[in-house]
Write a protein of this length. Structure first.
Length: 312
């Protein structure tokens, strides 16, 4: 049995993969809910799913959170209270062999690898803005696609920069825009935000598609649920503003897995592992990190020996 988990800022979805069947569950996360509370609820859910004699063989996780080589969360702007938690160490109690970890945008890109060919871009528009790029048959290093600057001296982003695409095109930025303009006409605010988001996305895609010769752009995440015509509006804007259309060879579409693309990607990883073309390195960190519990590291041995210092 394997488990796939998609950890988002507002919900955690997971699937237990048994031979011939799946068990799916979703855990909503309150906006002000602490990490401790979330882990307590997850602990109960996983203990009900598993028993001491039936642990998972493999767990694969997708999340926007960044972890280091030991499994400690070192960055997650949308859930800063999770920073410092060794989430891999916590997951070890439920698994016997391997834990995989990857960015949620990368997971969505892996999901689409079953249906798309050639150079393609996957964009995950949820609380944040993420994604992945397949270029010349290989995954391009995860390069924070949501934090490419599209507006000089623009809106502040949760990453600390200003003018990132995520600050203009994400569910989080839409909600923040409404909150900042509380009391004004919500319909007018929504139309203004949406118009800006469409234009920024079209400009972003114009640059990405021309530079990488992208032929398919696939969208997932909650934003396209809120605005069902978002993709077609971006396509129309690309044609009007930049002369790019289907006749140019570019196709924009909803991922067949919709807002479950990231979960589907880690389901594939949990059950099949990853091929070399879907593993790359970004600043020394692989796009899909693997923690093999059958291989004990020096750090593992040190935890078992009292009073052992960190000898370099």
């Amino acid at each position: 049995m394997n488990i796939a988990i998609d950890i988002g800022a507002s919900k955690i979805a997971y699937t237990a993969l048994f031979d011939g069947r799946e068990v799916n569950h979703k855990l909503e996360i309150g906006k002000t809910e602490t990490a401790e509370s979330v882990f307590q609820r997850l602990q109960i859910n996983f203990e009900n799913l598993l028993d001491k004699n039936t642990l998972a063989k493999t767990i694969a996780v997708s999340s926007a959170a960044n972890i280091d080589k030991l499994g400690v969360i070192v960055g997650w702007p949308n859930r800063s209270d999770w920073i410092g938690i060794n989430i891999i160490h916590w997951l070890k109690q439920f698994v016997t062999e391997k834990i995989f970890w990857c960015d949620d945008g990368i997971a969505g890109t892996i999901a689409d690898s079953n249906t798309l060919a050639g150079n393609y871009l996957h964009l995950c528009l949820g609380t944040g803005f993420g994604g992945g790029l397949i270029y010349n048959g290989r995954l391009v290093g995860e390069s924070e696609l949501g934090h490419l600057v599209v507006q000089a001296n623009g809106r502040p982003c949760v990453c600390g920069l200003s003018g990132c695409i995520q600050a203009y095109v994400s569910v989080g930025s839409y909600r923040k825009y409404l909150e900042e303009n509380n009391g004004k006409d919500e319909y007018q605010l929504t139309q203004q935000w949406l118009s800006d988001a469409i234009e920024y996305t079209a400009a972003y895609l114009n640059n990405m598609c021309r530079f990488f010769n992208i032929k398919h752009v696939s969208f997932s995440g909650g934003l396209t649920n809120i605005f069902p015509n978002f993709i077609s509006s971006v396509s129309k804007s690309l044609e009007t503003m930049y002369g790019i259309n289907k006749q140019s060879g570019l196709v924009l579409q909803q991922s067949p897995y919709k807002d479950n693309a990231s979960l589907h990607g880690v389901k594939l990883i949990a059950s099949q592992g990853v091929t070399d073309r879907l593993v790359c390195s970004n600043n020394g960190t692989p796009s899909v990190q693997c923690f093999d519990l059958r291989i004990r590291s020096i750090e593992d041995h040190k935890r078992d020996i009292p009073n052992v210092g960190n000898y370099g």
